[in-house]
Design a protein around this ligand. Structure first.
Ligand code: 9MR
Length: 582
């Protein structure tokens, strides 16, 4: 099924062109507004819209890259014109330095499949607008299922993985203690075991910092949206009595718990090969695996996540919850005794660093202390939380304090903390909403200084997580509007023309930096994966970036690990965001 349709017969050549290239220029021969000197050339991919679709009640703001007003009409499936008019005048979005005009279709609330025609009297361009009540269910299922498809240490059979079936890789039952991690109880070369878990990203390594952050985010989704417990994901555990989402979460928990040294409570920073592997399938990539250096950041992120897991699973898995609680306590104590153990990448290890400097560890301390304080009520954790609290912002692997604030805002045991945290959460959500309202393409991106970083789509997803969390406390229409604006951005309302999620939308990434997607013999990538997203770093020095502007600097190429990799810490908040709409 195509979402692109050009209505008039003389445009059939354009239809073929649109289907093939997705980006055919259509010359506007005359301006609908009169005598324009230089009419805009409207292309399919200069229409910025949610390529998946909209909920009936949601706002539906479509943007067109154009320097002047455009005319539009919207047809329903029976060819009735249900809306028409002119766009707004052009405004520049500073992150792309391009002009955009707005077409607001929010008043159309009836479910259906519509065609939006732009500049109908001249050479028009038309896109399909879907409005359905359950429009985000499939993307949510795909986004969660992508974690299954990225599992380590297991074979994926056709029954559950269809064309993405593959042999087992990385059993991780033989992992060598690296010299940087050697201790008296576990000298260098000691063999330990930590199977399961999700591959971090396009690479096959497993990192305590990022693995914890992603797991925590999935636990938040599980906790905050009980309706998604019903989702059937067709995974090997589907037949058991537990929600499939919980089974997926447990796959990661089973790995993470073994990143801790039971002798002292310290957590290894990562389980990794020495170098990134080539473009191989998991079973072909069998270089030795190492446990590298225990770190304060890895240990505290582990502590926060295990404490939260204990809290979330107390009722359904009481015995395991006790294990997680003790693991969290032991980790926190190790960090207390080893406060200077910041992560330094050893010389012979070249994989992801996820390192945090000594002066930036307060957010990790705050997060772990707040979680343990809420779980145990122990005053020493509250005290540490008090001492180490840092500002609210958008959560990321490198800035975890927002997780603590969100969690504190949602609890009711400690009213002082609750009030303060709720206020901070609200301020952040107001800031995001304000950005949407003043943005030339109505998106929250650009609210904070470093939104366009490596993994900017993770930022965009976490912005929705923040807005949704604020909405859960204070269900303001404004927050819902801003959430929709954020989701629209990810699913196509951005100047790159891409819906950034594999298999969701019309123009979607085909060449993500994901070894499995690149090395399997399947043309399409593993579905449900969120590409890292645009930013001007271009660290991969890839050719083909269309621009250096932060909001445009994205290229759908394997070589672009800086903008087109996928990662569990970006997909997890994307799951949260979609869950919030379901
Ligand atoms: O998400 C990480 C980003 O913030 C860093 O700038 C970048 C470079 O250090 O690394 C990113 O994380 C990568 C990790 O180190 C290894 N696995 C793939 C991750 C996503 O690119």
């Amino acid at each position: 099924m195509t979402h692109i349709l050009l209505k008039k017969p003389f445009k059939y050549s354009m239809l073929a062109c649109a289907l093939l290239a997705n980006a055919c220029a259509v010359q506007v021969s005359d301006s609908v507004l009169g005598k324009a000197d230089k009419p805009d050339s409207i292309k399919i991919d200069t229409v910025l819209y949610n390529q998946q679709g909209y909920l009936p009640e949601s706002s539906k703001e479509v943007f067109v890259k154009a320097t002047q007003k455009v005319r539009y009409q919207l047809f329903d499936a029976n060819n009735n014109k249900v809306a028409f008019g002119y766009s707004t005048s052009a405004e520049i979005w500073p992150h792309a330095k391009q002009p955009f005009v707005k077409i607001d279709l929010s008043q159309v609330k009836k479910a259906g499949i519509y065609q939006l025609e732009i500049n109908p009297e001249t050479d028009s361009v038309s896109v399909q607008i879907n409005i359905q009540p359950n429009i985000y269910k499939k993307p949510l299922e795909l986004a969660i299922k992508s974690f299954y498809l990225n599992r380590a240490s297991t074979e994926l059979t056709e029954e559950y993985a269809a064309e993405f079936a593959r042999a087992a890789g990385h059993p991780d039952d033989v992992v060598y203690i690296h010299s940087s991690a050697a201790s008296e109880a576990r000298p260098e070369g000691t063999i330990v075991s930590a199977p399961k878990g999700w591959y971090d990203a396009g690479d096959y390594n497993k990192y305590a910092v990022n693995g914890s952050v992603a797991l925590y985010t999935m636990l938040m989704a599980y906790q905050d949206f009980p309706s998604i417990h019903q989702l059937e994901l067709n995974i090997p555990e589907s037949a058991n009595a537990q929600p499939d989402l919980l089974d997926e979460i447990i796959w990661q928990l089973d790995w993470l718990i073994n990143m801790q040294d039971p002798n002292d409570g310290g957590v290894y920073h990562k389980l990794t090969t020495k170098n990134f592997s080539g473009k191989q399938m998991p079973d072909q990539a069998n270089e030795p695996r190492f446990m590298v250096a225990k770190s304060v950041s890895g240990t505290l992120d582990f502590a926060a996540t295990m404490a939260f897991a204990a809290h979330v699973l107390k009722q359904s898995m009481p015995e395991q919850a006790k294990v997680y609680q003790q693991a969290a306590i032991n980790a926190w104590h190790w960090a207390e005794q080893n406060p200077d153990a910041i992560y330094h990448q050893p010389e012979d290890i070249k994989t992801g660093a996820y390192s945090t400097s000594q002066q930036n560890l307060n957010d990790e301390w705050f997060w772990a202390s707040a979680e343990l304080a809420l779980l145990t009520g122990n005053a020493k954790y509250w005290q540490k939380a008090e001492q180490t609290q840092t500002d609210m912002a958008i959560p990321s692997w490198s800035y975890v304090a927002p997780f603590a604030w969100i969690r504190l805002a949602k609890q009711t045991q400690q009213t002082d903390w609750q009030n303060k945290a709720a206020q901070k959460l609200k301020t952040a959500a107001d800031r995001l909403t304000q950005t949407v309202k003043t943005s030339a393409i109505a998106v929250p991106m650009g609210s904070y200084q470093n939104d366009f970083v490596w993994g900017s789509n993770g930022v965009a997803s976490n912005q929705i997580l923040v807005l949704s969390s604020a909405y859960q406390l204070d269900p303001k229409a404004d927050y819902k509007y801003a959430m929709q604006a954020g989701l629209d951005y990810l699913l196509g309302k951005n100047p790159t023309g891409y819906s950034f999620v594999t298999g969701v939308g019309v123009k979607t990434p085909m060449h993500i930096h994901h070894r499995i997607s690149e090395a399997d013999d399947v043309v399409k990538p593993v579905p449900g994966l969120l590409a890292g997203g645009p930013h001007s770093g271009q660290q991969d020095k890839c050719e083909g970036y269309p621009s250096t502007e932060p909001g445009l600097s994205y290229v759908d190429h394997w070589c672009s690990y800086a903008t087109n990799e996928i990662a569990i810490n970006w997909n997890a908040p994307f799951v949260y965001a979609l869950a919030a709409f379901n």
